[in-house]
Design a protein. Structure first.
Length: 311
């Protein structure tokens, strides 16, 4: 991933008091306001594409992207993954972690870097983690952007049956199979308005496979378990005071758009942007509009405002 000056950012590591070793990359001018990017289920930090990161750096932000635990080059926990029946029944193992633990990982990276307050941007599961930080560590949060995420309430934000059928397929055990699986699910959830770039998506999946420090299938299962263990977080979200922007598409087959509506309803004064034709994916065609919404929101907060101007 290129920084604003053309230099390549490198993987760095923060060893936290919990024992977690979290991989991160740090882009842009350290004098600029910090923005933390938190990726979704099974995604490593490179799923935030070069153009997405570069767009935010160019708009005046120091951008930090992290690998969540059980993804990328961060720690893969030792606990066994939940079996299929536990995932279907939403019955986490007793040794499971929760979204709150993943939120503490992210805050730990901020501590490691000496960043007191940050603009949070999370997508899907990363949106849930960002929401958790905003609710439990409000003093660390300048603004929150929640991308195609939800509240954990069972009646909203649920995947389509067609998506569930794809998700319960046997996990990929080779690089080639992982690329094929990524292309299959991404084509399905990307929305109707923005066809995916097969070559670019194949490269993203291959890079993610190569960077994985553990068993990706087990990591995904434990992350799903963390979401399930955390349950309905609506009451927690009502505690969020950070200026909040919620962005989702109207064609999301992984997190139904009702999840975005519920998030806006739960967070006081949250603003909502619904992008027609967008699904559970940020294609190249949407990088500029999405990063524009995010940067306008964050800069407005920096100027003392409390709301994003939606145009």
């Amino acid at each position: 991933m290129p920084e604003a000056n053309g230099a390549e950012s490198v993987d760095r590591f923060a060893t936290l008091p919990s024992g977690m070793r979290i991989c991160y990359r740090d882009f842009g001018d350290k004098a600029d306001p910090a923005m933390l990017l938190i990726a979704g289920l099974g995604e490593d930090l490179t799923f935030w594409t070069d153009s997405f990161v570069a767009s935010l750096v160019a708009r005046g932000f120091r951008v930090v992207a992290i690998d969540n635990r059980d993804a990328g080059r961060s720690t893969f926990v030792a606990a066994p993954p939940p079996g299929a029946w536990r995932q279907i029944a939403a019955r986490p193992r007793g040794d499971s972690y929760a979204l709150a633990d993943m939120a503490q990982d992210a805050v730990g990276v901020l501590d490691h870097l000496g960043i007191p307050r940050v603009h949070l941007v999370g997508r899907s599961m990363g949106g849930m983690i960002a929401q958790t930080i905003a609710a439990t560590a409000p003093e660390r949060v300048l603004s929150l952007t929640s991308l195609y995420s939800t509240t954990g309430a069972r009646k909203v934000g649920q995947p389509a049956l067609s998506t569930i059928r794809l998700l319960i397929a046997p996990p990929a055990r080779t690089r080639t199979a992982a690329v094929r699986a990524h292309l299959r699910i991404t084509r399905h959830i990307a929305g109707t308005g923005y066809p995916i770039d097969d070559a670019a998506e194949a490269a993203i999946a291959a890079r993610g496979w190569d960077r994985s420090a553990g068993d990706p299938a087990a990591g995904v299962a434990r992350q799903i378990q963390a979401i399930q263990r955390s349950g309905d977080r609506t009451a927690q979200l009502r505690r969020i005071t950070a200026p909040t922007l919620v962005i989702n598409g109207d064609r999301d087959l992984l997190v139904h758009p009702s999840g975005g509506v519920a998030t806006v309803q739960a967070i006081r004064s949250a603003q909502h942007v619904v992008i027609p034709g967008m699904g559970h994916h940020i294609p190249e065609a949407l990088v500029d509009p999405v990063t524009t919404y995010i940067s306008q929101h964050a800069h407005r907060v920096g100027e003392g405002g409390s709301h994003v101007r939606i145009s």
